[in-house]
Design a protein around this ligand. Structure first.
Ligand code: ZN
Length: 253
């Protein structure tokens, strides 16, 4: 059983090409389980391969919302590999990088298809919602999605409070919480039973300029504990319990 879970990272990305095994081992030695989120065709197979090779890695399969046109490829891959994944995602909406109204409509359609697949297969779903927090939450509620994991949420803290309390949605706090006032606010707003931690490696590190890695999920935990004025040990127990409630598949891996 892991001590802590990095609920969202991208081990399959090229930033880890040179030393991927070392990165995974460093984290595993510190008791970290990693949910590797593959967000593009190039990374899906590698993500599943890493999960098969490492007890401390699970796979989640999704699509960068900017690549919404690859809907058919995503759905075909999900269908084919549904037994090999712990979750669907990240999928979602990105209104920061997609501005055109028609394109946003297509993006939302791909998002809905992915949610539908997750619901049908009883899988948790990891959500990207950059500059579209409210919209993404509306779509999820509208579809009665359960087992929802909002990753690196950049929307209003008040929205997160309601979604965590009334809808039971989970919110993962990234390592960048050490340098982000918005993320600190998020920690205080989300129901404590719904908080998770993540690194989003290779990005969102404690230091903006350096490559992030899953072992740093401990940094996120320490910061969350300090913000909520809890002992680190107690906070760790709460986060692990939350994570295993949303991702029971980690227990049986
Ligand atoms: Zn991500």
């Amino acid at each position: 059983m892991p001590l802590i879970v990095d609920t969202h990272c991208h081990l399959e990305q090229s930033e880890f090409e040179q030393d991927r095994e070392a990165v995974i081992n460093r984290a595993s030695e510190k008791g970290v389980h990693m949910i590797c989120s593959g967000v593009g065709r190039e990374g899906w197979d590698l993500c599943i391969k890493l999960a098969k090779e490492h007890e401390s890695v699970s796979a989640s399969i999704g699509l960068d919302p900017v690549c919404f046109r690859e809907q058919a490829e995503l759905l075909a891959f999900l269908e084919k590999h549904s037994d090999d994944m712990l979750a669907v995602g990240e999928v979602g909406l990105d209104h920061y990088r997609v501005r055109d109204h028609k394109e946003r409509e297509l993006q939302a359609q791909t998002f809905r298809r992915a949610i539908h697949f997750a619901i049908e297969n009883g899988l948790p779903i990891q959500i990207h919602s950059r500059s579209a927090g409210r919209r993404a939450l509306d779509v999820l509620k509208d579809m009665n999605a359960e087992h929802v994991h909002m990753h690196a949420f950049d929307g209003k803290a008040s929205l997160a409070r309601v979604a965590s309390r009334e809808n039971g949605y989970y919110f993962s706090i990234p390592t960048s919480v050490v340098r982000s006032a918005q993320k600190r606010k998020l920690v205080k707003a989300v129901d404590i039973e719904r908080i998770l931690v993540e690194t989003d490696s290779p990005v969102l590190g404690p230091d903006r300029e350096s490559r992030n890695e899953p072992m740093n999920v401990w940094v996120a935990l320490r910061e969350v504990a300090s913000i909520l004025k809890r002992e680190e040990e107690e906070m760790r127990d709460i986060l692990l319990e939350n994570t295993l409630r949303l991702y029971p598949g980690i227990r049986t891996k």
